[in-house]
Design a protein around this ligand. Structure first.
Ligand code: AP5
Length: 214
């Protein structure tokens, strides 16, 4: 299966992608993660993207579509893809259709995580991850069991994303409303959209998504 997880920043796309990878052996294609890796490696794409990401604006359609193209080319045809944070504009939605056709795939489902935007600012500004293994935590909702020590790998180093401050989050939300939400009706017209309550618990959201894919 090839699915899109669609929702504003903090809706839980990354969290639910990780669950799908675990449970269904699908591959998560997160353009945000790919761009952050490029920024860290200081590749030409990363150098170009950094300032745009720090402002909370969108990187160019061509750059992100090339990243997706390369990932699809490297994946076995039998492995399902979860598009996390892509497409984000009408042009990217068109490019995704072309890329799926090029790689002999089709889009099965668009899962919209429906959320309350005010709660998302709190979710995002409180999140941090283990600097070594990437396990995710939250200041209020998910602290490590032993203070300052990662539950998964024992590391004591943690990090926060530079774009996870309130001002940038508001810009990211605005970008979502202006450029990403308008692509939904096109998918609705194709009859492939399903909505899930993204304000439910992480386990309940995962179960609702599993039911849709069964
Ligand atoms: P990206 O990395 O895609 O960020 P985003 O869309 O803003 O999404 P997030 O990663 O912030 O949120 P999420 O929905 O994955 O939530 P998560 O599961 O982490 O993009 C970053 C930037 O890169 C963009 O601003 C742009 O500049 C650029 N970019 C990326 N893709 C692009 C593209 N296609 N085109 C152009 N530019 C692009 O959850 C958030 C927190 O909430 C976590 O702490 C989690 O534990 C918690 N949580 C999750 N679910 C629940 C729940 N049900 N209940 C309680 N807590 C929950």
């Amino acid at each position: 299966m090839n699915i899109i997880l669609l929702g504003p920043p903090g809706a839980g796309k990354g969290t639910q992608s990780a669950r799908l990878v675990e449970r269904h052996g699908m591959r998560q294609l997160s353009t945000g993660d790919m761009l952050r890796a490029a920024v860290k490696a200081q590749t030409p794409v990363g150098i170009k993207a950094k300032a745009v990401m720090d402002r909370g604006e969108l990187v160019s359609d061509e750059i992100v579509s090339e990243l997706i193209d390369a990932e699809l080319a490297a994946m076995p045809a039998s492995t399902g893809a979860i598009f996390d944070g892509y497409p984000r504009t009408a042009a990217q939605a068109e490019m995704l259709d072309m890329l799926l056709a090029k790689h002999g795939r089709k889009l099965d489902r668009v899962i919209e995580l429906a959320v309350d935007e005010d709660a998302l600012v709190d979710r995002i500004t409180g999140r941090f991850t283990c600097a070594r293994c990437g396990a995710g935590y939250h200041d209020r909702y998910k602290q490590p069991k032993a203070a300052g020590v990662c539950d998964e790998c024992g590391s004591t180093e943690f990090k926060r994303r530079p774009d996870d401050n309130e001002e940038t989050v508001r810009t990211r939300m605005q970008e979502y409303r202006a450029k990403t939400a308008p692509i939904l009706p096109g998918y609705e017209a194709r009859g492939i959209v399903a909505q899930v309550d993204g304000m439910a618990s992480i386990d309940d959201v995962a179960e609702a998504i599993d039911d849709l894919l069964a």
